[in-house]
Design a protein around this ligand. Structure first.
Ligand SMILES: Cc1ncc(COP(=O)(O)O)c(C=O)c1O
Length: 430
């Protein structure tokens, strides 16, 4: 059991053992991790210069947004805000999101996939997939660079057994053979769940065309060897591609690939459309059989009905209106241009010789983040030092990695940010 959970249980036991006895096994195992949100909260207090911890996009210390959304907030009809939305979500929104998925992912043409079901953003979507497909000790195949919340969603809540593989090869490409090896290490169980998150949090990496072809081929080969696979595409940062990566979701290529593979797309407006707090996400299933799509939709609705009942209606209405707006693409492109400039600036700065002794950076081409691998200074020690001495907030991940959200640092400040990180590093390096 996690140490934080044990501490919480001890406190409950100390004051009233009866309350402890009432807890379910899941209740006993639950805790609130000291992860990104805790580090972000600390940065909010101390990072008076740069706060590069949060997965949102800011400019002049304000969240960026699409003006077309902000301007219309007072204009909605009460019927589009106040009544319950159906548990599966507003039908027009679901239909439009499906059309958007098809336009964004040409490989889906001619394939059979469901109408997306609305969730309370991606975390909820992932957690539904966990409920539907993961039993205690089922293998969850993950790279070693992941969004930390998967541990709570799939590990603590569902008892999945994580099998990890190194994200990158020595050459800095996606490690498809490591992924295949991890999948086959569990062959005798005949079932595995694999999570593919591109653009990746925390590295900011998306495979290129060749790598994408290899990933799809490897999954097919594993299925051909008799392993049933749930392949989850966590597309939280979909569309934020800056360079030579593929520009579509792997879901599109994995859909209808093999009878033993169930491809699921979990995506949403949260990061893609810069409406983090609106909490609008979607689950989309691929299957050649309409009856299977229908049954999976009904089971998904069963979980929604039995947990949150339905998602927020106003948020769905606002996202629907945005998707319908003629200015939607242009305004999204404007923010993407800002992010692209920042990403390219980061790349230019990281190439500088002077940083060589301090860190390597993991290859990146997409998303909100980049990740550094420090040489000889502990990530958590550097994080605290930067907060205390320089008012700079980063996320530390494990022993030696730090994640920097350039989505929250303006282009003209990026050089100074890295100089401060470097200064902090030098203070600590022996
Ligand atoms: C990879 C990844 N998946 C899912 C999520 C959850 O997104 P949401 O805010 O839509 O629940 C995040 C949020 O940080 C993420 O980084």
């Amino acid at each position: 059991m996690n140490e934080i959970a044990q501490d919480l249980n001890r406190e409950i036991l100390r004051d009233n053992p009866h309350v402890y006895e009432l807890l379910s096994e899941l209740g006993k195992n639950l805790y609130y991790p000291k992860g990104i949100l805790t580090q972000s909260a600390e940065a909010k207090q101390k990072a008076h210069r740069f706060n590069a911890t949060i997965g949102i996009v800011t400019e002049r210390d304000q969240p960026m947004f699409l003006p077309l959304i902000q301007e219309t907030l007072a204009n909605y009809a009460p019927k589009d805000l106040y009544p319950y939305a159906p548990p599966a979500g507003k039908p027009e929104l679901r239909q439009l999101w499906r059309e958007k998925i098809l336009i964004d992912n040409p490989s889906l043409k001619g394939k059979s996939f469901s109408i997306p079901i609305v969730t309370n953003a991606l975390t909820h979507g992932l957690s539904i997939i966990g409920d539907l497909f993961i039993d205690e000790n089922d293998a969850l195949i993950l790279p070693d660079k992941i969004w930390g919340n998967y541990n709570l969603i799939f590990g603590v809540r569902r008892g999945a057994k994580s099998i990890t593989f190194p994200f990158y090869t020595k050459e800095g490409t996606f490690n498809t053979s490591g992924m295949k090896e991890a999948l086959l290490s569990n062959k005798e169980r005949g079932k595995a769940i694999i999570l593919l998150n591109f653009p990746n949090n925390p590295t900011g990496y998306t495979p290129n065309e060749l790598e994408a072809v290899e990933i799809v081929e490897a999954l097919k080969e594993v299925a051909q060897q008799g392993v049933n696979l749930v392949v989850i595409a966590d597309d939280a940062y979909f569309g934020l591609f800056f360079e030579d990566s593929i520009k579509e979701s792997l879901f599109a290529r994995i859909a209808n690939l093999h009878p033993r593979i169930l491809a699921i797309k979990v995506d949403g407006a949260t990061k893609e459309d810069y409406v983090w707090g609106f909490r609008v996400g979607f689950i989309t299933y691929a299957s050649e059989y309409p009856a299977i799509l229908n049954a999976l939709e009904k089971k998904t609705l069963g979980i929604i009905r039995g947990t949150i009942s339905s998602s927020s209606h106003p948020s769905q209405t606002i996202v629907l209106k945005a998707l319908q707006s003629p200015d939607f693409q242009t305004q999204k492109q404007e923010i993407l241009d800002v992010l692209t400039k920042r990403a390219l600036k980061v790349k230019e700065i990281l190439k500088q010789e002077k940083y060589r002794d301090a860190w390597d950076y993991y290859p990146f081409n997409s998303g909100y983040f980049i990740c550094l691998k420090l040489k000889g200074v502990q990530a958590e020690v550097l994080r605290n030092h930067l907060l205390d001495q320089y008012g700079v907030g980063l996320i530390s991940l494990g022993e030696s990695d730090v994640r920097i959200a350039f989505s929250c640092v303006e282009e003209q400040d990026i050089e100074q940010l890295f100089d401060l990180i470097y200064q902090g590093f030098k203070d600590l390096a022996v």
